[in-house]
Design a protein around this ligand. Structure first.
Ligand SMILES: [Zn+2]
Length: 657
């Protein structure tokens, strides 16, 4: 480690000397490029899940956002900025590349990585002598998804202890305070070269915390606002660090949201994580504030429609660099200098509904109109109806067709790219699941006719969350009738048919569970898109169906039939503790005790749940290993487990006395 930093210092020294030598030779421009002289620093702050209309500077009276408000007062605030997709990874990829999702290839969270060779703010600024570092708060932006390219430091370290209780599972993100701590340590390192530092705050993402330790009861009934107030305090710490190190005046600060959020009671509210499915204003409008070096107007509020893709060419231009020819964004400097530019139309997309077997959406936003292309198209007059409640698609048919044609022109001008394939480990998938991104397989719909429209399926989606909550609270019989209803209404939603199978198992209707899962598996195997289906959280749905079928066969006493399927599931996902547990169960039922013990041991190591520990204890007992068996059963008594599991552990300990 020390050796590396010594080498780096030596390298920096060598580069410095090289720069001086080049200047001496008259290569002033090249020397300036190598050392980044005269260029502003850039601090890019991305505000996850932050609605513009929940900030004081955007007119929200209930806000406590003094840091962002001051930035707006000293800089330029864009009233109408929109994102390209209401999901974290696709939207951040747009901010960093200036490309729209079909062009950078990241259409969903956790499904792929940025294709090689796509220029990003980090690669372009690094080439021009900038020091580069990123500090991200959530697993959805982990380095493996490719946004790390060009960053010398990419801090995506989410320690297990950083998981925060939210009442519905731990959260795989770290607090804004922890992100700001890491960024400030880096910002305080002295250096001659300018820097590009990206800091990502995730706190306003569901589930919300009221931060009573900090704000008392002020936000007790408005925890989403509390998260934004908390985030704002961390922004202030970053700004203070710039002041303390004396680089404030030489730094361009960009604060931008990745997407908004739908709030309970709104006309277009979405189930958790409350964004991602649809393209209405609540999730597509984001805050965008630029301040500091290169921003010549103070307190200007721009009403023109702009988009987050514009950040890329604007930052590069402010740093004296030309954007690569292929950028969907445009340079916002006219507005930073008190001028303006011609109006434009902005593209938006949502691919998440395809995860449920339903149609995705595309949108075109102009300063007056929003057109949403969906099986049931939508058209809104944004001036008269900013909340998008009065669909004018039927009344203004020819206008809608014009907007659809403009959308087609934008699409045909794109150069589509496919994301690089990324494989997630089971533990990574669990972390991402804990953020609330669950879904079924991603289907292209080629097998079926016209697909359902997400807005019409929304009531069913809310019902599915009710069913999940019932399962979690042990009311499986009630959940079962909901799953039956939902799978009849939307048989294309693989995830729900899988859930029906699992619930049948839980109420000990193993024969019907087997029939349900067998039919689903066979159907998936006939449809290539279903077989390859990936969940928005990155996991394949097919291995889960194979595993659940194997487990159902075990429950029906058909261990020999279960065994090859259990092996297949383990083969598909080797580090999945649940699949290993199914294999142990099938082996034990087939009489292969030694192999069962081995599989149970791996299952308990990968995922030490009460169920896995109990199976391990039984396998150990059957192998005559009394002491390890007792230890495994004792662990169940010491951990949170349900009453039946504790009872099984006590019964086992009784036998092992
Ligand atoms: Zn996000």
């Amino acid at each position: 480690m020390l050796q590396t930093s010594m080498n780096r210092r030596r390298l920096a020294g060598a580069l410095w000397s090289a720069g001086l030598a080049l200047i001496a030779l008259g290569g002033w421009r090249l020397g300036r490029d190598l050392l980044g002289w005269g260029r502003p620093n850039v601090l890019l702050i991305t505000l996850d899940t932050t609605r513009a209309d929940r900030l004081g500077c955007y007119g929200y009276a209930g806000a406590r956002t003094p840091a962002l408000d001051r930035l707006a007062a000293r800089g330029v605030l864009f009233e109408q900025a929109v994102c390209s997709a209401p999901l974290t990874l696709p939207s951040h990829a747009t901010i960093l590349t200036g490309l729209l999702p079909p062009e950078h290839g990241l259409r969903l969270n956790s499904v792929g990585a940025l294709p090689a060779g796509v220029p990003t703010l980090a690669t372009e600024l690094r080439r021009r002598g900038y020091r580069t570092a990123a500090f991200v708060a959530a697993t959805v932006l982990a380095a493996k998804f490719g946004l790390d390219r060009g960053f010398q430091v990419y801090d995506d370290n989410i320690p297990p202890e950083a998981r925060r209780g939210g009442g519905e599972g731990g959260q795989a993100y770290r607090s804004g305070e922890s992100v700001a701590d890491a960024a400030i340590r880096w910002l305080q390192q002295p250096s001659r070269a300018p820097f590009f530092c990206w800091v990502h705050f995730y706190d306003p993402h569901w589930p919300y915390h009221a931060h009573t330790d900090r704000f008392g009861a002020q936000f007790a009934d408005r925890p989403y606002d509390a998260e934004i107030a908390y985030l704002d305090a961390q922004v202030q710490r970053l700004l203070d660090a710039l002041t303390q190190t004396g680089v404030g005046p030489r730094t361009l600060i960009v604060a931008v949201g990745d997407h908004g959020e739908t709030l309970a009671g709104e006309p277009h509210a979405e189930p958790r994580p409350h964004h991602g499915l649809m393209l209405y204003r609540g999730t597509m409008r984001v805050p965008l504030i630029l301040c500091g070096a290169g921003v010549r107007r103070h307190g200007r509020r721009v009403g023109a429609l702009v988009e987050t893709a514009d950040v890329f060419p604007t930052v590069l231009a402010c740093c004296g660099a030309r954007a690569p020819a292929r950028s969907s964004g445009r340079d916002l400097r006219p507005w930073l200098r008190g001028r303006s530019a011609a109006p434009r139309a902005c593209y938006g997309e949502s691919e998440l509904p395809a995860s449920y077997g339903w149609s995705g959406q595309r949108s075109l936003t102009t300063e007056e109109w929003k057109y949403i292309r969906s099986p049931v198209p939508e058209l809104y007059d944004l001036v008269a109806d900013p909340n998008e409640t009065n669909n004018l698609a039927a009344a203004r048919r020819s206008l809608m067709e014009d907007l659809d044609e403009r959308l087609r022109q934008i699409e045909s001008a794109m150069t589509p790219r496919a994301a690089r394939t990324v494989t997630l480990s089971a533990s990574e998938r669990r972390k991402i699941e804990s953020l609330g991104y669950l879904g079924g397989g991603q289907r292209d719909g080629a097998a079926g006719g016209p697909r359902h429209d997400i807005k019409e399926m929304l009531p069913l989606l809310w019902r599915s969350f009710e069913a999940e909550a019932l399962v979690q609270s042990g009311r499986v019989a009630e959940a079962l009738s909901i799953w039956r209803e939902l799978t009849a209404e939307s048989p294309e939603t693989i995830l729900w048919r899988n859930s029906l199978g699992v619930s049948l198992l839980k109420v000990e209707q193993a024969e019907e569970a087997v029939r349900t899962l067998e039919a689903l598996k066979a159907e998936m195997e006939r449809d290539a898109s279903a077989l390859a289906a990936v969940q928005p959280d990155g996991g394949g749905i097919y291995p889960a169906v194979v595993n659940n079928l194997a487990f159902a066969l075990c429950a029906a006493g058909k261990h020999a039939e279960a065994l090859p399927l259990a092996r297949q599931a383990v083969e598909l996902e080797k580090d999945n503790g649940s699949y290993r547990h199914t294999l142990a169960t099938a082996l034990r039922g087939s009489g292969d005790r030694a192999a069962a013990l081995q599989a149970a041991q791996i299952a308990a190591d990968l995922l030490p749940s009460p169920e896995h520990l109990l199976t391990l204890a039984q396998c150990l007992q059957e192998a005559g290993q009394t002491r390890p068996a007792r230890n495994a059963a004792l662990r169940v008594l010491q951990m949170p487990a349900d009453a039946a599991e504790k009872e099984r552990a006590r019964a086992l300990l009784e036998k092992l006395r």
